[in-house]
Design a binder for this molecule. Structure first.
Ligand SMILES: [Ca+2]
Ligand SMILES: [Ca+2]
Length: 414
């Protein structure tokens, strides 16, 4: 589509020329019209008819093309539903597989044996071994943190454990469970749970609402962890500056509330925390998370139920709830996110990359002044559900695909 490409290039130039002045202030973009010559990335019919964004540019951003020349190396296949890839300092990679295995894959693509010492997981439905994160002091303490669905009396729940990786990387020791989401529930869906350490040294855990209609309201309640972003210290304790510490009836680990199911999170260069949540049909959301705020679910939502009916009790823009910075209708099913900061791809610096399961692609967002000003779709012809994306120490992007025969990819300059 040469015509569309030309229009995009012209549009990009116009955007970059005008945005620094237009975008100042926290409510930048409100009331400003989208560029008239924009080619929106999404041209299909919205799923939810008649819904309107709260501000221009909140959905269907302009298509941008970075025209980066890259190569995709399939480092390994044969991974069973890998959920996370975490680059190690020397260039090797930690990978989780949902049935309960964690392995090291070498930078050359050699698949290691499962690491011993991990607790049992409830690997039904969306559950199992989920994310892994390195301690901020990994080089000295060799400590890793992982999330999983923990089998419990009466059901299961998202948990986070930590352990010390042996120097031969065959096992973890000193394993401690530092977080157990409450309440326990007998279900197999919406466990969250990306892990990210903030610049404050705290561990941010994104949660799900457990999916069933009877559980949704937990996202608005302070007496449990479902549907929240949770912030804990590396030992599992609740920091004293969490927003609901000391409030009667509130669990102290809560950082923000009103989330549906969050499997993607990333800190930006400025140390701000962004999440991408699975919405209902037509309502996947990008949110900029601030302490103690309410992100709306299940009161504020775009889209409709996957069965097609309206979301009972929800409207798109009720007062008192944070609006998403951006939403997708149709949905992408987001999992895994990373702000790119490497030297290998200068054109991608500052971009937010997001894995898309349903749409089987890598999404790149250009964000300026807290607004999405461009969206690009990459890797969409490979036909794999993208589960996680991380930047390696070499500046390459590392990706795992959610398949029974899942793959680990390295995206590097050609
Ligand atoms: Ca991770
Ligand atoms: Ca929301």
């Amino acid at each position: 589509m040469p015509h569309a490409k030309l229009a995009t290039i012209i549009l990009s130039a116009a955007l970059y020329a005008c945005s620094p002045t237009d975008g100042a202030g926290p409510n930048a973009g409100n009331g400003t019209a989208p560029p008239a010559d924009c080619d929106p990335i999404e041209t299909g019919d919205p799923v939810a008819e008649g819904q309107r964004p709260a501000f221009p540019g909140q959905t269907r951003a302009c298509e941008v093309e970075s025209n980066v020349d890259f190569e995709v190396d399939v480092l390994t296949d044969g991974l069973e539903h890998p959920w996370a890839v975490e680059p190690l300092p020397g260039g090797d990679l930690l990978v989780t597989e949902r049935p309960g295995r964690m392995r090291v894959v070498s930078a050359a693509g050699v698949l290691g044996e499962p690491i011993g010492g991990l607790p049992r997981v409830d690997a039904r439905g969306q559950g199992g071994l989920l994310d892994v994160a390195l301690s901020p002091d990994f080089a000295s303490d060799r400590t890793v943190f992982w999330s999983y669905s923990e089998p419990r009396q009466g059901g299961n729940g998202t948990a986070v454990a930590r352990g010390v990786l042996s120097t031969d990387r065959r096992s973890v020791s000193d394993v401690r469970v530092i977080y157990q989401a409450q309440p326990t529930y007998a279900g197999t869906m919406h466990f969250g749970s990306r892990l990210a350490f903030g610049p404050d040294g705290m561990l941010y855990i994104t949660m799900g609402d457990r999916s069933d209609a009877s559980m949704r309201q937990h996202a608005q309640r302070l007496d449990g962890h479902l549907g929240k972003v949770v912030r804990i210290a590396p030992d599992g304790s609740a920091p004293s500056d969490n927003p609901f510490v000391g409030q009667a009836g509130a669990v102290p680990e809560i950082w923000s509330i009103g989330h549906r199911n969050v499997q993607a999170s990333a800190f930006d260069d400025a140390g701000r925390f962004w999440i991408v949540e699975h919405g209902t049909n037509g309502g996947d959301e990008l949110n900029l998370i601030e302490r103690g705020e309410n992100y709306g679910w299940p009161v504020q939502a775009y889209g409709v139920e996957y069965g097609g009916s309206p979301i009972a009790g929800a409207t798109t823009n009720p007062p008192g709830y944070r609006q998403p910075v951006y939403y997708w209708d149709p949905v992408i099913a987001p999992s895994g996110a990373e702000f790119y900061s490497g030297a290998a791809f200068p054109a991608w610096r500052g971009s937010l990359f997001i894995g898309a399961l349903r749409e089987q692609r890598l999404v790149r967002l250009v964000i300026e002044n807290d607004r999405v000003v461009g969206e690009e779709h990459l890797l969409q012809r490979r036909g794999h559900r993208i589960r996680d994306v991380r930047e390696g120490p070499d500046g390459a992007l590392y990706i795992v695909t959610d398949e029974g025969d899942g793959e680990l990819w390295r995206v590097r300059p050609r």
